[in-house]
Design a protein around this ligand. Sequence first.
Ligand code: BGC
Length: 523
Amino acid sequence: MAAPSSSSQSSTATPPTTHTTLAYTRTSEVEDLPHATKKPSAHQEDGRPSQEARDYVRVIPIPPRWPVVDTEDLSRFTITPQRMRMIVEAFKETLELGLSKPKQVVPMIPTYVFGWPSGTERGEYLAVDLGGTNLRVCLVRLTGAGKFEITQSKYRLTEEQKQEDGQKLFDFCGECLKAFTDLSIENGEFKQGEILPLGFTFSYPCSQDKIDHGELIRWTKGFGAPNTEGRDVVEMFRKSLALHNVPAEIVALTCDTTGTLIASHYVNPATKIACIFGTGCNAAYMERVRDIPKIAHLGIDPDAEMAINCEWGAFDSFEHEHLPRTKYDIMIDESSNKPGEQAFEKLISGRYLGEILRLVICQLIDEGTVFLGQNSYKIEIPYSFDTAFLSLMESDPTDELLMIIGIFTHFFALETTLAERQFFRALAKLVGRRAARLSACGIAAIVSKMGYLEEGCSVGADGSLYNKYPGFADRVHEGLQDIFGEKGRNIVTHHAEDGSGIGSAIVAAMTKVRKDAGLYPSL
Ligand code: BGC
């Protein structure tokens, strides 16, 4: 078994006190592309060089080693405010459709998490988080008044584990949890013989009929474990817990965004929406039950509230009607293990941004524009260009762009000229900014659907892109102002509380309280 990294922390979490928003600035088309030069169509119909091409040769001096690229494709990375507003409208309609009918592309999953936490939730809970990159197991002690303590271990998932039989993957989770609970008992954190309630965070779209059930609709984020799609993952995980004799009882299945919504509200009650911008992307918010027509038959009080896991990464899947895709996006989609699916996520999330940039660079290599005479096999390996490199490239503070030199020499054995490095950095900016602006469109769709613009709202956000990509949050805020004008300032994102550990434990606690009180005990 992989060696866990373990940590323990205790917190008296307080609401965030400062938020920075950028001054409202509009963005211009393909700005910051010092070397992107529009290629004219080179020939007339009769095959002779066109006037445009001749002017181009005459008028635009191009220093010999600068990449000359077709800006038409690159300009599609820029999303104008007008285009953003169109996307928001379509997004909003999609969200409403998902609430009204089952089995829609954006499934708008009712989570059976009823309303907000009171902040008084108490007790000890286990939390297991099967996310995109790691498996995390936690022991959470909720001590009331928005306070908690957490002990956790993390296990890195291998690429093979993501593709092997689903039951084996859950068995691995059970085995890790068993090791963790044994250690916790040894450390006196809970007693031998005690069965702890468990919140299971499974961050893939699952359709739920009740809180401790979820049929996997489809794997995302590159997972493909067979024999899992269409099956109840809670049932599968229960089997693994029994196999390893784990002293835990699954009381709630959540996804990371729902957990983030609940955990963020637990410490900052102004939070109304939660988003994850990490390996995958998604959002959750609290909806009025009367506005979820597809569950009307359950007879739940229409004035009650329920968290909705939007699974918005699926927006514009299959039809590709609303989002402007470049040829690089199409290449990623078509060569992925799930062509057509997760269309929004593929333009935004950390799993894909590095790959998008790599594909642009590979095209320049094919055209003989960069790295002439060098062996470029390393950068030609799919997914070899980590999204973390984009963060580093954008934040390189040196004039010579030494960080970028380091990335290309160290990881890809490639020498770069300063002009190439400036160009690559500009490309990273285009890709990173597009991701943030599209993310703003998703947030804006929920804000406008729920009528939060006037009163404003706080959006709890988490994930590697949000936390580590320089300027991501500022660009989201800038995007919200491009969509809504000055009022966009009323919507502020902040770093969220740990959804899949604390959030999942709070959801488990809320569920116990609800069921003990006899409120919808079968849901
Ligand atoms: C999954 C969501 C998850 C998101 C962020 C997406 O790929 O479908 O369930 O919330 O990634 O982790």
